[in-house]
Design a protein around this ligand. Sequence first.
Ligand SMILES: CC(C)(COP(=O)(O)OP(=O)(O)OC[C@H]1O[C@@H](n2cnc3c(N)ncnc32)[C@H](O)[C@@H]1OP(=O)(O)O)[C@@H](O)C(=O)NCCC(=O)NCCSC(=O)C[C@H](O)C(=O)O
Ligand SMILES: [Mg+2]
Length: 279
Amino acid sequence: MTKPIRPRRSMLYVPGDKPRALEKAKTLACDAILFDLEDAVAPENKARARDGIAEAVRSGAYGRRELILRVSGPDCAEDFALASALPIDGVLLPKVESPATVADAAARMPHPIWCMIETPLGVLRAAEIAASSDRLAGFVAGTNDITKDLHARHTPSRTPLLTALSLMVLAARAYGLAVIDGVHLDLDDLDGFEAACRQGADLGFDGKSLVHPNSIAIANRVFGPAPEEIARARAMVAAWEEARAQGLGVARINGAMVEQLHVDDANRLIALADAIARG
Ligand SMILES: CC(C)(COP(=O)(O)OP(=O)(O)OC[C@H]1O[C@@H](n2cnc3c(N)ncnc32)[C@H](O)[C@@H]1OP(=O)(O)O)[C@@H](O)C(=O)NCCC(=O)NCCSC(=O)C[C@H](O)C(=O)O
Ligand SMILES: [Mg+2]
């Protein structure tokens, strides 16, 4: 069954032990919040972070935003107990490297499952992981961990990561999962951030994971369809209906060859635009 389209242009990490950030996120225009219990929270603050996230989620003040909890590890019983007790939309597992990790998480709590793909083994097994469970909702790229494990360098072009990023997109698309690009570290480099978003969108990612509110508007713009793209898509669908009424299986529309597959893609873009407009 085809899953309904949900905008995931911008997914903001919010450390569970930062009350001001938890509060601010209620007002931000991100499509999703990744409440973090893993790397952004020091070991001595994990219990406080769980309490902070529980109170924040139970406030009910995050509106339409998709709420996802990143647990601190596959064995953290307290984190899974919290996930089970909260009205959230998903749980994000760090450093997934095998279907067994997904199966174990599925047995521990009832929510849709997201996997961080962020180790060489996780990347190489991405297809196996993606195929492993109908509880899976998507992948999030952990570009910092991969860069570290590859002994690669952070470069503006992200050339060292392109193989890993494309393998994640391939695996996700093969099994109908969402796929979200990794974070941009330089908070003041918004031009570089926008370039990375464009590259991620070109590669096929649905959106970008973010660490700071200053990047939400750019991610929403780059990963959302532009008004002229929506208008073009609607015009294509209308022209295609006329072509089909004449019995054509291929048509020339605005100077381009169009077949059913192009119309399917136009309809996907229109559905995304409509979902964004509904808010
Ligand atoms: C990166 C930061 C530590 C920067 O903090 P700071 O310099 O204090 O931010 P600002 O003063 O500019 O903040 C301005 C206001 O915005 C709020 N804020 C900041 N960040 C967030 C956020 N993420 N969500 C919500 N609100 C946020 C501040 O509270 C200020 O508001 P106010 O107090 O009302 O004025 C900080 O941005 C931060 O902690 N970001 C999140 C870091 C994080 O979650 N990291 C883990 C995820 S990334 C990762 O794990 C990588 C991955 O696994 C991989 O391998 O690649
Ligand atoms: Mg990581």
